[in-house]
Write a protein that binds this ligand. Structure first.
Ligand SMILES: N[C@@H](CCC(=O)N[C@@H](CS)C(=O)NCC(=O)O)C(=O)O
Length: 217
């Protein structure tokens, strides 16, 4: 029986709420209906205990009994071992899902993260750097578009690959960056209509709202 605790920040500013990566983990846990606890670490002071679990001082991390896992992709692969709702059990399906987990993180998020950072910080000003980042994302979306036009989910059944791919597309959609890629947009809409996503997002928002209340904000 897994013994799962997800750790996130105790509070974050408004801007990243709904996008903090504990949401990916919550989403997977909700899809699989695995019981879990949520723990918090200070957003401000990231001490040695935090660094022992997450060497970059970030969140999330997940403990499963004695195991402590950081990196959202590694966490989702671990959860995939616990539930066939998250990872196809057959070798071919498993291999497909694993490929797309890495593609989401290493090919798409690598482009979607800087793109959305430029938007969030108002640096999308037509500078050469902004144009480069925009072109980088557009190339990835151009290639993802026909893939998603031909299938409902990336690896046959819904899997952790879809949680990650949808989650790395969300910040792009927030700035309407999928407008020219209707299959990417429809895929994201399908993914975030799932009750497990809706619950995960609401829970994250409630977690940070409770922190505001405690701080008297
Ligand atoms: N590659 C890491 C990235 C983790 C990450 O960027 N976490 C953000 C929250 S979504 C964070 O902790 N930001 C604070 C910081 O980087 O200091 C993962 O996927 O787990």
């Amino acid at each position: 029986m897994p013994d799962l605790t997800l750790t996130t920040f105790d509070w974050v500013p408004e801007m990243p709420r709904g996008l903090v990566r504990d949401l990916r983990v919550r989403w997977a846990l909700e899809e699989a209906r695995l019981p879990y606890r949520v723990a918090s670490v200070p957003f401000g002071d990231r001490g040695p205990t935090h660094l022992a679990h997450q060497p970059f001082g970030q969140v999330p991390w997940l403990t499963d009994g004695e195991l402590s896992i950081f990196e959202s992709g590694a966490i989702l692969l671990h959860l995939g071992e616990l539930s066939a709702k998250l990872m196809p059990p057959d070798p071919r399906g498993r291999s497909e899902a694993t490929k797309w987990v890495f593609a989401a993180l290493n090919s798409v998020e690598m482009a979607s993260l800087p793109w959305s950072m430029f938007k969030f910080t108002g640096s999308d000003d037509g500078s050469p750097a902004a144009k480069f980042v925009d072109g980088f994302l557009k190339i990835r979306l151009k290639h993802l578009e026909p893939v998603l036009a031909g299938r409902e989910w990336l690896a046959g059944a819904f899997s952790v690959a879809d949680i990650l791919m949808a989650d790395v597309l969300r910040p792009v959609d927030r700035f309407d960056g999928l407008a020219d890629h209707p299959s990417c947009r429809a895929y994201l809409a399908r993914a975030i209509a799932r009750p497990a996503f809706i619950k995960a997002r609401e829970d994250q928002m409630a977690h940070f709202a409770a922190a505001d209340a405690k701080r008297g904000a």
